[in-house]
Design a protein around this ligand. Structure first.
Ligand code: GAR
Length: 207
């Protein structure tokens, strides 16, 4: 067991929150170097909020519709993050484009999970697009968040073989299982300082 204090993490979600659940589950291990201190959703009905509360984690909805501007909404999200003491921000199905200001504030400390092997298939409907393209291999990626959506230096990936009879649903289910493996792994790497984003926007692996 490590004597180092766990690094506090805020998780941003918009829905189901299964990746958030994987991060919480991993963080329950005393040897895991991070702990989830706050969960924030832009959707009040996000299932992940209740799940997080079940673990005694602060989980708050900050709906975009409650604010006149994107800047005011992000200021409210920032306030909750700051009050929680989070040092790392993990986006877990947070389906909202973040402003340049927000991204800069957490540069090198904010990570995202995406259901494709980036740089292939940024954006939505990644599983059907991978099938339509005839990919034999698909997968998922954890990366540092930069201003371009679903870009940014890659921390971890896992490949998933595509079966001849896969549908977007069957393929997506296996990719999701891979997401649940690599997201805790990537978060642990960042929290331990085993990985960082360098000034030239590349991933540096330490040690
Ligand atoms: C996950 O598949 C995640 O990779 C994806 O949303 C899903 C959220 O599921 N994120 C993106 O597409 C980001 N561009 P979850 O709420 O069960 O974690």
């Amino acid at each position: 067991m490590s004597n180092k204090p766990k690094v506090p993490v805020a998780v941003l979600i918009s829905g189901r929150g299964s990746n958030m659940g994987a991060l919480i589950a991993a963080s329950l291990d005393s040897a895991f170097p991070a702990k989830i201190v706050s969960v924030i959703s832009d959707k009040p009905d996000a299932k992940g909020l209740e799940h997080a509360r079940g673990f005694g984690i602060e989980a708050v909805a900050i709906p975009r519709s409650d604010y006149d501007t994107k800047a005011a909404h992000e200021a409210a999200v920032n306030a909750v993050i700051a009050a929680s003491g989070a040092q790392i921000i993990a986006l877990a199905g947070y389906m909202r484009l973040l402003s340049s200001d927000f991204v800069q504030r957490y540069s090198g400390r904010m990570i995202n999970i995406h259901p494709s092997l980036l740089p292939a298939f940024p954006g939505l409907a990644t599983h059907s697009r991978a099938l339509a393209a005839g990919c034999r291999v698909h997968g998922c990626t954890v990366h540092f968040v930069t201003e371009a959506m679903d870009e940014g230096p890659i921390i971890e990936q896992e490949a998933v073989r595509v079966a001849h009879d896969d549908t977007p649903e069957t393929l997506g289910q296996r990719v999701l299982e891979a997401e649940h493996r690599i997201y805790p792994k990537a978060l642990a790497m960042l929290a331990r300082g085993d990985v960082r984003m360098s000034g030239d926007g590349r991933t540096r692996f330490e040690g």
